[in-house]
Design a protein around this ligand. Structure first.
Ligand code: NDP
Length: 241
């Protein structure tokens, strides 16, 4: 039996690279997404990976979506909480809506997705939960009080759950990417990228989505069974947590 991996936000950017890398590593993969049907359908046609649409900020939608994935593919052995959004604003201009949307997707989404699969993982004596946090959850970032708070919360969630899952064969880890060359970052004007952002990165370049995906594949593997509650910082040397 191949293991089943579910990747939230698994149809674009870092998540798409994670879905593909897990498939290449032999997992049966399901990729969740929020609403961009065009990108999801193109991803499905290109990779053969089934896609499932629901909003991770809704507990009911997650429970129903996971039930559908498990009916189609079998119990989820590996959960990658990758879906994330930004609603940037300086704090004095940040609206309750901007705060709420980011906390809802980037932090509450982890509860909503992990809770429905947690008991099954414990009962079967194996599970991997891998949370994609951010360098900005480690160091904070001007204009991202909402995002940084959510991503820092993801790290507390990771460390607490790791302690609860350890004796049951369920590991919980986080990855904190730095600047990765997804659509989001490539949309930044080239001048800003070259003159302001890349000079902050000691390796002198953006990271590639595949470099995050390879961390996920390792953390999902049996080889990583002694690693839990950890954070892998993958940021080109920009910040040491
Ligand atoms: P993208 O914007 O490229 O892709 C985001 C994915 O998440 C899409 O598939 C999107 O679906 C999905 N998504 C967004 N909101 C929801 C939701 N509420 N429910 C379900 N799916 C949702 O993001 P990136 O690949 O750049 O980022 C992936 C993760 O990595 C995020 O958590 C981000 O915070 C984190 N990160 C990214 C960095 C970077 O430099 N890119 C740096 C550090 C961390 P749809 O296509 O339908 O919109």
């Amino acid at each position: 039996m191949t293991r089943v991996a579910l990747v939230t936000g698994g149809t674009r950017g870092i998540g798409a690279a994670i879905s593909v890398a897990l498939k290449q590593a032999g997992y049966t993969v399901a990729a969740n997404y929020a609403g961009n049907d065009e990108a999801a359908n193109a991803f499905k046609a290109e990779t053969g990976i089934p896609v499932y649409k629901w909003d991770v900020s809704s507990y009911e939608a997650c429970a129903a979506g996971i039930a559908k994935v498990e009916a189609d593919l079998g119990p989820v052995d590996v959960l990658v909480n990758n879906a994330g959004i930004t609603r940037d604003a300086m704090f004095h201009k940040m609206t309750p809506q901007q705060w709420g949307e980011v906390i809802g997707t980037n932090l509450t989404g982890l509860f909503n997705m992990t809770h429905p699969v947690w008991s099954g993982m414990r009962d079967r004596g194996f599970g991997r939960v891998i949370n994609i946090s951010s360098i900005n959850g480690q160091k904070g970032q001007m204009g991202q009080a909402n995002y940084s708070a959510a991503k820092a919360g993801d790290l507390g969630f990771t460390k607490s759950l790791a302690q609860e899952g350890a004796a049951k064969g369920v590991t919980v880890n986080a990855i904190c990417p730095g600047y990765i060359g997804t659509e989001m970052v490539r949309a930044v004007p080239e001048k800003v990228l070259n003159e302001r952002i890349i000079p902050q990165i000691p390796v002198g370049r953006l990271g590639e989505p595949e470099e995050i995906a390879r961390c996920v594949v390792f953390l999902a593997s049996d080889d990583a069974g002694f690693i839990t509650g950890s954070t892998i910082s993958a940021n080109g040397g920009q910040f040491f947590a």
